[in-house]
Design a protein around this ligand. Structure first.
Ligand code: TXA
Ligand code: MG
Length: 339
């Protein structure tokens, strides 16, 4: 398949992408979190193509994207007070809510679940495309299944060229990690995937919010994942990733005595000069927003540089760093070295 590549999100490009989506095609679109691979959420055949293009397991449900808060109601059975509060506080933005689905949402979107995940992104190009398509858009991250999520159109091109109808370049994604996913389908709101809307921020609006154990830990043998996406190996470059737990000094000395020419360190900016291996700086030690913004690009860079092994700091489990912890631990397959 020939993939149309739009270098700029011009009005003409947005109109054309809207047309492709209305006709049942697939298009990769920018959002503020990561690029999404979009299809008409009301069209089961279009949605099935997403799974094929990504090589995505059939039991992993998709997020439906809307361009106005009022577009939530038709997709769900009812809009509870908790959803109204979260929408008022964080929409448009990097927050996905899970609610019991209405009949409008085909089972292909939810992978057979009775709930649907909905997000109203803040990226102006995403909004313009949803409006141009005239339908809600089902969209997972636009990477091949298992790869780090794409935070630039170049990343999407690497994974998806020839597999989808169109890619539209809207620049680098500002957030860099996928949206926070919170389930409102149970008795107590539950964080399923951490993101830029932090657990602390959710609790400030809702009061009690539980954290699913899969946010920080590998799924126990035989357990059922609340969010099917959490059970798969994820975000992985080809290189083998190891997370190092210890002080910044111990990090530097461990790496300097264990690295070779195909080892890279995902390091803080301030320590790059002290490391004797290839360094990929991801921001200052406490600058979680920059670290989130650079993380997936850094993992892809390690592959582009031909690295076979990557060492990274164990992230803090607070604020936006909880999202980095969640992604990096999966990228590492939970391999931690105590240094
Ligand atoms: O920021 C994002 O959320 C990006 C952009 C494109 O919007 N999308 C994204 O989609 O990250 P994806 O498919 O890569 O991740 C969706 C996650 C998966 O872990 C999936 O299992 C979970 O949301 N999910 C979707 N629907 C669900 C449902 N009904 N119940 C539980 N988990 C659900
Ligand atoms: Mg994904």
């Amino acid at each position: 398949m020939k993939t149309e590549f739009f270098k700029e999100p011009t009005a003409g490009a947005i109109e054309r992408v809207g047309e492709i989506l209305r006709a049942g095609g697939l298009a990769a679109i920018p959002t503020e979190t990561v690029y999404g691979l979009a299809a008409n959420a009301y069209d089961p055949d279009a949605v099935k193509k997403i799974f094929e293009a990504k090589g995505r397991p059939g039991d992993n449900p998709l997020i439906v994207h809307i361009a106005d808060v009022s577009e939530l109601a038709p997709l769900v059975q009812k809009v509870p007070a908790s959803a109204k509060k979260l929408a008022a506080a964080f929409w448009p933005g990097p927050l996905t809510m899970i609610l019991p689905k209405s009949d409008r949402i085909p089972m292909e979107v939810t992978a057979g679940l009775e709930t649907v995940a909905v997000r109203y992104p803040s990226h102006p190009v995403a909004n313009a495309i949803i409006k141009a398509a005239g339908v809600p858009l089902a969209a997972p991250s636009a990477n091949l299944s298992g790869k780090p999520s794409p935070t630039s159109a170049r990343h999407v091109f690497e994974d998806m060229n020839g597999r989808i109808d169109a890619i539209i370049d809207g620049g680098e994604c500002s957030v860099g990690v996928e949206s926070t996913v919170v389930s409102l389908a149970g008795k107590t709101p539950r964080l399923l995937r951490p993101g830029a809307v932090t657990l602390e921020m959710l609790r400030a609006v809702l009061g009690e919010v539980e954290m699913d154990p899969a946010v920080t830990d590998p799924l126990a043998e035989g357990a059922v994942a609340s969010s099917p996406g959490m059970k798969y190996k994820h975000y992985s470059p080809k290189a083998d990733v190891f997370v190092l737990s210890g002080t910044p000094e111990a990090f530097v000395s461990y790496i300097n005595s264990h690295c070779d020419e195909t080892t890279a360190a995902l390091c803080y900016d301030e320590e790059a000069a002290k490391l004797s291996c290839r360094t990929v700086p991801i921001g200052k030690e406490f600058d979680f927003l920059t670290q989130a913004h650079l993380l997936f690009d850094a993992l892809r860079k390690c592959d582009a540089l031909g690295m076979t092994r990557v060492f990274a700091h164990i992230p803090r489990k607070e604020g936006v760093s909880l999202a980095i912890y969640n992604r990096l631990m999966r990228a590492a397959g939970f391999k931690v070295i105590y240094v």
